[in-house]
Design a protein around this ligand. Structure first.
Ligand code: FEO
Ligand code: CA
Ligand code: CA
Ligand code: CA
Length: 659
């Protein structure tokens, strides 16, 4: 309403033009600095990066990982929180061409029966995961990595982890390496992220199924979630180790049974993946924990809802695949401010995580056409949408088998009649109003009327209930068929633990080259496609800025970008697009990335003077670490060994960004 508009912040920068250069284009008066690109040593055990550096498992384990994605900052004390902190960032996947450039490419990738050399597989495994580094800003305004601190740490796809929550210790996750089902090794394809108010980092396993292989008729949930048959993405399962092979160093990537029982092979290894993983950034010996209560699927990220003393702690998460779902975890324990993080303090934060994240209820979203929606509980005794069976009965599980429901999260969500979405990616929460924003990036598998199921998840649900589909029909929450450009949806509940919500569509993407309808009347100052990263900047008492990032890999119109908008309040039950020709001037393009990249991973320092973003999978960039990169480089394609990197955007005068 008018009062809200009167209080709104003004975005005090000129929208930058779409760009197709090897620069991070920023508004006049701003700089963009490369920080911790892939291969930067995090301690004295790794050499300085050079364009001809030949990586080994040891070098990569002691250097920044590849393909930066979600990230967050952890203060060492409150006073210095904006200039000296632990930066935790995901290394989602790898570019084998760049990793093995001096050798002319990876070995053993040509044919399905080629075997990968053990040290190449180990190096690639170590290039994945999470990087934790202490970074700080000098008096000259430039940011550097502190390479002599025990906070610096790599967590890789080989790091031992604890399983916690309902699935831990069950038959579902017993393996030859963990016969009691309480441990696993590694976290994979960590895309977006989250944080907790008790000072831990949450990293989320997204495209993890692709590193495994299985035989053709393994568990039905393996088909549903997309584990390949034949060969894994990087063929790690083909590598032969030495003595360590006996503990399944590489065999664990093959879920085909070899022994008589599940504790003689790795048939259950994929069931130890698909989770949200909690990491204590302040304690470099704390073992990461997989929080199974929050569901098992391709988790994009984990976004904490409005935090209220005495009410449940809630997290929102999306499953980024076409026609998959949006989820909400509601803790059994209510929030106590006495658990709030003591910056830099040394104590057991993961024990606080045990309290809030191991017991609770997982829900999945149904968006109804009247701008209302409902969170549907995924518990063994919840009824399927046809109302005549429990989820446990429909899935063939024991009546109290919550672990089984979690292992089969996607099936359970089908059965209760959740709304298939246009690839849920990042979320962001206004911490004052509790409004949740989520990007729906695009969806080639949606048609006006929908088409019938062509896949089966083993007969557990689809034909009988009619919830399977090859393409989903359009609905009010996902109204464009074959959307290339995506949209941002928004909802709010009366209070954090409530199971009903109101929703609207905040903005529809559009670029000139697509055939999507321009439903939000975008123009040269804000054309965008495939919205992905999202961050709510809580300045101005909750009337702050929503930052939107894109992942197209580059369109004819522009490379991927960062946009900013000061949102208007949610109209309860009104599902019309909020950004339209009357108010689209509020949505502005703030930055554009280099050729070939996606722009991801976003937050600003608490004082809002530095915006951190990540440039993932650039094609020919950056020319040199430590450089300012707001100007295009002159190198032509193929001259640069490309490196994903964090980029810090600041005002030359040191003031707050965007205002
Ligand atoms: Fe890793 Fe959904 O993007
Ligand atoms: Ca289209
Ligand atoms: Ca993403
Ligand atoms: Ca994406």
């Amino acid at each position: 309403d008018d009062d809200d508009m009167a209080a709104a912040m003004a975005l005090a920068f000129e929208s930058v033009a779409g760009s197709k250069t090897d620069a991070v284009v920023v508004p006049a008066g701003y700089t963009a600095q490369v920080l911790i690109p892939w291969g930067t040593p995090i301690n004295a055990a790794a050499p300085a990066y050079s364009a001809d550096l030949a990586f080994t498992p040891e070098i990569q384990e002691n250097s920044v990982g590849m393909h930066h994605d979600g990230m967050y900052h952890f203060a060492l004390d409150d006073e210095s929180a904006s200039r000296d902190f632990i930066l935790a960032l995901n290394n989602e996947y790898i570019d084998q061409g760049a990793l093995w450039a001096p050798q002319g490419g990876p070995t053993g990738m040509d044919d399905d029966d080629d075997r990968r050399p053990a040290d190449e597989a180990r190096t690639e495994i170590n290039a994945h995961g999470v990087t934790l580094v202490r970074v700080n800003r000098g008096d000259d305004g430039r940011w550097t990595l502190a390479d002599d601190t025990s906070y610096n740490r790599r967590i890789t796809s080989a790091t031992p982890m604890r399983l916690s929550g309902p699935v831990a210790g069950t038959d579902y996750v017993r393996t030859a390496w963990s016969s009691d089902g309480t441990r696993t090794r590694g976290t994979n394809n960590n895309c977006a992220n989250g944080y907790t108010p008790w000072g831990t980092y949450l990293t989320c396993e997204e495209n993890w199924p692709n590193v495994f292989v299985k035989d053709s008729d393994r568990y039905a949930d393996d088909d549903r979630i997309g584990i390949p048959t034949g060969r894994g993405r990087y063929g790690w399962e083909t590598a032969a180790g030495d003595d360590s092979e006996r503990d399944g160093e590489f065999a664990r990537f093959n879920a085909t049974p070899t022994g008589g029982s599940a504790t003689e092979d790795y048939r259950n290894e994929p069931r130890t993946f698909g989770y949200i993983v909690e990491i204590d950034p302040y304690n470099n010996t704390a073992r990461p924990v997989k929080r199974t209560a929050m569901g098992r699927f391709r988790h994009e990220g984990a976004w904490i809802g409005k935090l209220v003393e005495g009410e449940p702690v809630v997290y929102y998460s999306g499953h980024d695949s076409r026609n998959e779902y949006i989820y909400k975890f509601v803790s059994e324990q209510t929030w106590s401010a006495s658990d709030e993080n003591m910056a830099g303090g040394s104590y057991d934060r993961l024990a606080i995580g045990d309290k809030y994240l191991d017991r609770g209820t997982l829900y999945v979203a149904r968006f109804d056409d009247d701008g209302r929606g409902e969170w549907l509980a995924l518990t063994p005794d919840a009824m399927t949408r046809d109302g005549d069976r429990t989820l446990a009965e429909a899935l063939g599980l024991a009546a109290d088998d919550l672990a089984g429901i979690i292992i089969h999260t996607c099936d359970a969500a089908d059965l209760v009649g959740a709304t298939p979405m246009d690839r849920p990616e990042w979320g962001a929460v206004d911490p004052v109003s509790g409004e949740v924003y989520m990007t729906l990036t695009n969806n080639g598998d949606r048609t006006a009327a929908g088409t019938d199921a062509t896949y089966s998840n083993g007969g557990a649900n689809d034909d009988e209930l009619g919830v399977g589909f090859a393409t989903a029909p359009v609905n009010d929450a996902n109204p464009r068929p074959e959307s290339d450009d995506g949209h941002v949806i928004r909802w709010v509940e009366p209070s954090p633990g409530d199971t009903v919500f109101s929703w609207d569509i905040f903005v529809f993407g559009k670029v000139p080259s697509s055939d999507d309808e321009n439903l939000s009347d975008l123009s040269d100052q804000n054309y965008f496609s495939s919205c992905d990263g999202l961050w709510y900047d809580d300045r101005n008492n909750g009337n702050g800025i929503l930052w939107i990032e894109t992942d197209t890999g580059g369109t004819d119109y522009t490379n991927d970008q960062v946009l900013a908008v000061v949102p208007q309040g949610l109209s309860q039950g009104d599902n019309a697009a909020v950004i339209n020709s009357d108010n689209q001037a509020q949505l502005k393009r703030f930055a554009v990335g280099p050729n070939g990249c996606e722009v991801t991973g976003i937050f600003a320092t608490p004082d809002k003077t530095a915006l951190f973003i990540n440039i993932q999978h650039p094609g020919n960039w950056p020319a040199q670490a430590g450089d300012n990169v707001q100007d295009a480089t002159t190198e032509t394609a193929g001259e640069v060994r490309p490196r994903a990197s964090t980029v810090v955007i600041q005002k030359a005068d040191g003031g707050q960004i965007a205002v």
